[in-house]
Design a protein around this ligand. Structure first.
Ligand code: ATP
Length: 254
């Protein structure tokens, strides 16, 4: 921890050998009043979670399975800003760690050459007016090997090791926390536009043909922009534009 130069991200640190889900642990801590910047890191998760009912594969010691507590003073509709800022921060950290090919897939994944290396799960609690806390769950594949991937993600997942980039988990964590804190400070002090611009630069979804699967509706179009609320703007073949709200959709190259 002495090598960690953040002011508050990771300065409260809960290390667990094993947990069912770091987001669940972090939620309990947040409810007990844990300060902003507190992280829960586990060596393994037995029931790591993704969005909706999806799971996150978290083998022992092979990744950074982490949840971060945030308490931004903005309204709940602005919460997607946190997911966007985390994606930007992680991607910049990856570039600094030597993984230059990492890019952001809207809304919450980081990909390397089309394969997923990170999943981000944002969960929020509060009222319509005020956020009580946000839990940012991040699953980062570090030394996961292809041979140990479950069959269903064998062809869609990657890791630093699989990309030939050897990193020390501790160094990676320090770099990531520093970038997260930088981006977060920028966002909460009114600098979200810069983060949004960076997001657009780092995106692998924008300017691509995409297939969007929303409940009861699948359509193909061209991803042309992302708005300030984090919605993806897709132009359909009939020329109309559709605003896609994250949360209940799955998206892939068309
Ligand atoms: P989609 O890629 O369809 O948009 P999503 O963003 O809804 O998925 P997440 O909640 O981010 O999905 O992540 C869960 C999914 O990620 C799982 O359903 C599985 O396919 C995949 N997955 C699970 N564990 C890992 C892992 N360690 N590395 C890469 N991918 C994983």
């Amino acid at each position: 921890q002495k090598d960690l130069h953040t002011k508050y991200f990771g300065q409260h640190y809960i290390y667990m050998d094993s947990t069912d889900s770091s987001n669940r642990e972090a939620k309990l801590l947040a409810q007990e009043g844990a300060p902003e910047g507190t992280i829960v890191v586990a060596e393994t998760q037995s029931a790591g979670r993704g969005r909706l009912t999806r799971g996150w594969f978290s083998p022992y010691g092979k990744g950074i399975w982490m949840s971060l507590i945030l308490r931004p003073k903005f309204s709940p509709i602005e919460a997607p800003k946190c997911t966007l800022m985390a994606a930007v921060a992680l991607t910049k950290a990856f570039h600094a760690l030597g993984l230059e090919a990492a890019g952001i897939k809207w809304p919450n994944d980081i990909l390397v050459k089309g394969k997923k290396i990170v999943g981000i799960l944002t969960e929020m609690s509060g009222t319509m007016e005020e956020i009580s806390y946000i839990i940012m769950g991040m699953g980062i594949n570090i030394s996961v090997e292809k041979s140990e991937l479950p069959e269903d993600i064998k062809d869609i997942a990657t890791s630093f090791a699989m990309e030939g980039v050897m990193v020390d988990r501790k160094v990676a964590l320090q770099t990531i926390l520093q970038e997260l804190e930088n981006q977060y400070n920028k966002v909460v002090s009114g600098g979200f536009d810069t983060t949004l611009e960076e997001w657009k630069q780092l995106s692998v979804t924008l300017h691509q043909d995409v297939e969007v699967r929303a409940p009861g509706n699948t359509y193909v179009g061209h991803a042309i922009d992302i708005d300030r609320d984090g919605n993806l703007i897709v132009r359909l073949p009939n020329g109309k534009t559709e605003r896609i709200i994250a949360g209940d959709v799955s998206i892939r190259p068309a």
